[in-house]
Ligand binder design. Structure first.
Ligand code: NAP
Length: 495
């Protein structure tokens, strides 16, 4: 019998009120059930929001250094269970162990950052324009945060959201992706073990349409932090506008790596392989386009195809696997559809292109790492997010044209340029439209203490990570203390 998991509401592990459940399966071997989870609905969300609201009234009064102490304990527990969590994560979503270890590490880094932020959460003191008057701006928590996350970073992304939310004095109702409920459950178990009071974190499993929508539309949820696809993000934004709640959206990408003719080609090759096929191309920051200078095009393509064909597909738990499966059947189908679209558009398929069926691979959602060359900027495979192991290679002539091609998408998350020319690098930093730009490094590799997020339809202007995320989870309150003993009218009595 598969292990049965529950929701956490007000500190208690409970089934969905309907009693229904759903199965979570291993994408590397779909015969293996990782566990069964509650298929919750609106009534479960109502309970969780009620608990979070009640807990908020006490939690907001706990001094933030004290809240930081719990964050530190969470970090310590994540360190102690890192390997166990990484293995379970690989089992439920497929990426190779090195990458799932990195995912947990990002959660650890975020916990320790939040721990120290407990002793900062700085405000400002500002001179008043009137005598004998003191002015300052302080941060205050907002209330109940609805947290909705995708499956591709099942530990890192929930921690990017919940740790700063809770450190700032808010409480959370967390709905993880249906493909990764196991990692999410382990995270919440650890948060409780570290000493969070009942109701500060609540987890409600179930489908986006039911649980996600119920959280977003709830009157008593004050803010929503969502990471996922652009289509669902837009829908969330519309629903949330009814209650005017604050919404942070981190959405899709169509990231590109530029390689100039003066680049170190071996370095650029390592970068594009890691960027395009790490996490089987299922990262929001994955390298989906390679913009390649014509002078090195043929040479680099032959190096790239050769190395791509040697990548070892397999179960992420096996030591020699380099590329895991797609997360589920529907994601692999999308990849196959784009392979057909690329061929119909006249791009040249130079590597992969097929579902992988050798031996044990036939039991999972594996797809060969795939490359299209001779892609033009207007093709759909050059503009739309595929979210799988497919790389589109576009020919370019100079840095200005390369940047123009790179910007030719509705998205703007991550970007990269390989060049030894400092002038080209700085032109790229200035002109590329994206939230993140790497010089001589791949499009993936964000660090927990820097701002993370995108421009254009990748987001709505908020940032996760580092110090910037604390602006989302707190409200600024301006405070004036008048110790003059008389009425002082600003802008009037002093002018
Ligand atoms: P998704 O299908 O948009 O799902 C994301 C989350 O939203 C899941 O928890 C999902 O629940 C939930 N959801 C689905 N329908 C909903 C609805 N109507 N209302 C509220 N919530 C709903 O995305 P995904 O397939 O998990 O992740 C891939 C996408 O995320 C890609 O587009 C990728 O670029 C993007 N992403 C962006 C970033 C970033 O920081 N910019 C990072 C990672 C991923 P279910 O799982 O139950 O459907």
């Amino acid at each position: 019998m598969p292990q049965k998991f529950q929701n956490l509401i007000n500190g208690k592990w409970v089934d969905a009120k309907s009693g229904k459940t759903f199965e979570n399966r291993n994408p590397a071997n779909w015969n293996e059930v990782v566990g069964t989870f509650p298929k919750s609905g609106k009534e479960d969300v109502d309970e969780a929001v009620k608990a979070a609201r009640a807990a908020f009234e006490k939690w907001r009064l706990v001094p933030s250094p004290k809240r930081g102490d719990i964050m530190r304990k969470i970090g310590d527990l994540l360190v102690a269970r890192k390997e166990e969590i990484a293995r379970e994560m690989t089992r439920e979503m497929g990426k190779v162990l090195d990458e799932t270890r990195g995912d947990v590490q990002e959660g650890i880094d975020t916990a320790y950052y939040a721990a120290t932020e407990g002793r900062r959460l700085f405000g400002h003191t500002v001179p008043s324009e009137l005598p004998n008057k003191f002015a300052m701006a302080i941060r205050v928590p907002i209330g109940v945060a609805g947290i909705i996350t995708p499956w591709n970073f099942p530990m890192a992304i929930p921690t990017w959201k919940m740790f700063p939310a809770i450190l700032s004095g808010n409480t959370c109702v967390f709905k993880p992706a249906s493909d990764t409920p196991r990692t999410a459950t382990m995270l919440v178990e650890i948060m409780m073990e570290a000493g969070l009071p009942a109701g500060v974190v609540n987890i409600v499993h179930g489908g986006g349409g039911e649980v996600g929508n119920a959280i977003v539309g709830h009157q008593d949820v004050d803010l929503i932090s969502f990471t996922g696809s652009t289509g669902i993000g837009k829908n969330i934004s519309k629903i949330a506008s009814d209650t005017l709640k604050r919404v942070s959206l981190e959405l899709g990408g169509k990231n590109a790596q530029i390689v100039m003719d003066d680049a170190d080609l071996d370095l650029a090759l390592d970068g594009v392989l890691w960027g395009a096929f790490g996490t089987t191309g299922q990262r929001c920051t994955a390298t989906s386009r390679l913009i390649l200078h014509e002078k090195v095009y043929d040479k680099f393509m032959s190096m790239l195809v050769d190395r791509t064909n040697k990548l070892k597909l397999g179960d992420g738990l096996l030591a020699d696997s380099q590329v895991g499966p797609c997360v589920n059947e529907s994601q692999r189908k999308t990849v196959q559809e784009y392979v057909q679209i690329g061929q119909q558009e006249g791009a040249k398929l130079v590597a992969g292109g097929k579902i992988a069926t050798d031996g044990a691979l036939s039991n999972g959602w594996f797809h060969q790492p795939t490359i299209f060359s001779e892609v033009t900027p207007e093709m759909r495979i050059a503009k739309e997010e595929i979210f799988g192991p497919v790389l589109s290679v576009i020919r370019t002539t100079d840095v200005t044209e390369s940047i123009k091609i790179l910007n030719n998408t509705i998205y703007g998350l991550s970007s990269s340029i390989y060049t030894r020319d400092i002038n080209k690098a700085f032109q790229a930093i200035r002109d590329i439209q994206s939230g993140i730009t790497y010089i001589n490094a791949p499009t993936i590799g964000a660090e927990a203490h820097l701002p993370f997020g995108g421009v254009k339809q990748t987001g709505n202007g908020h940032r996760e990570g580092g110090w910037t995320v604390y602006d989302f989870y707190t409200e600024w309150k301006a405070v004036y203390v008048d110790y003059s003993g008389s009425l002082q009218r600003a802008q009037i009595d002093n002018y």
